[in-house]
Design a protein around this ligand. Structure first.
Ligand code: PEP
Ligand code: MG
Length: 315
């Protein structure tokens, strides 16, 4: 533990395994202040900017210019570096009043994320206008991804909308259907980002907010790891990057397993960046791959973690 803490205090990036295979370590942010704070870490960029968190207190949709100013702050903080902006993930645990959600008996399975665009395409269009405006103003082009994609058709329509704004499109893998269809989604977009918080919730059919179900909502669940592996393999086949931006990326041991599954970047809270980067830098990609295989071969999260730890500690 002392050695790990020493390693993370002195870790300055960039993310790579001890044998030099790059795995970018990025930060999750929710506004300009968060991005400026993340810049003080060794994060190489922003892997997830949760835009909906800027507007949880709003009754009315912010104007394009106001949105552009907010997005521009994040772009400026990481000028010249990778920034992934997520379009509004409204609904369920993050209701936005201006998205006019109706009462739904099952909001986590309701109109959330990209699904609000089917009812109100203007919200997405204006947000993309704002991102393009911010990009032009700052002179830095971000990547833009959609939450809660379930079908290739949704990915295709999002990809078209983002490219029409001369931005680079990607989609999140949060729904098991999306992981299973990752090959097809990648025909329409340039990258994937696995949201392990929701992917775990929907794979295990267990509410991510329930403490009673914590052993099910554990990203070490072998079924979840198997879907991450499916998405990563699709990325490898297509020659396109597949990152992880859920809380799983903040666990240094799990981060090594994700890298071993073929994940190309890890985005986590700024506070976790150095620990994740330092751990990755202490193991080879071969050990990560063995840890991933060992975890996938188990029947439970506890066994998966123990098997991964064993593999990582074996030279
Ligand atoms: C996720 O689901 O893992 C994710 C990154 O999105 P959020 O936590 O904002 O739902
Ligand atoms: Mg999510």
């Amino acid at each position: 533990a002392r050695e790990e803490s020493r390693r993370s205090t002195s870790w300055t990036g960039p993310g790579r395994t001890s044998d030099g295979i790059p795995v970018a370590v990025l930060a999750n942010v929710q506004d300009g202040a968060g991005a400026r704070a993340a810049r003080d870490t060794a994060a190489e960029g922003v892997g997830l900017f949760r835009t909906e968190l800027c507007f949880l207190d709003r009754d009315f949709e912010p104007s394009v210019q106001e949105q552009a100013d907010i997005y521009g702050e994040v772009l400026e903080a990481f000028a010249g570096r990778k920034v992934v902006i997520r379009t509004l993930d409204a609904g369920s645990d993050k209701p936005l009043r201006f998205a006019h959600h109706q009462d739904e008996p099952n909001p986590a399975l309701g109109v959330r994320g990209i699904r609000i665009a089917a009812r109100n395409a203007g919200i997405l269009e204006r947000q993309l206008d704002a991102i393009a405006l911010a990009a032009e103003h700052v002179g830095h082009r971000p990547l833009v991804m959609a939450p809660m994609i379930s079908t290739a058709a949704e990915a295709a329509s999002f990809g078209d909308a983002v490219r029409a704004h001369e931005l680079v499109p990607g989609v999140m893998i949060e729904v098991p259907a999306a992981a299973l269809q990752a090959d097809r989604l990648l025909r329409h977009v340039d990258f994937l980002s696995v949201g392990t918080n929701d992917l775990t919730q929907y794979t295990m059919a267990a509410d991510r907010m329930s403490s009673e179900l914590a052993s099910l909502t554990d990203p070490w669940q072998p079924a979840v790891l198997s879907l991450v592996a499916t998405a990563a393999a699709a990325g490898r086949r297509a020659g396109k990057p597949v990152g992880v931006c859920g809380e799983a990326a903040a666990d240094p041991v799990l981060a090594c397993v994700l890298a071993g599954l073929g994940i190309t970047s890890l985005s986590c809270a700024g506070a976790a960046v150095a620990r994740v980067g330092a751990k990755l830098g202490s193991v080879t990609m071969g050990a990560c791959a063995r840890a991933a295989d060992a975890a996938l071969a188990t029947d439970s999260p506890v066994a998966a973690r123990a098997a991964a730890l064993g593999a990582l500690e074996t030279p």
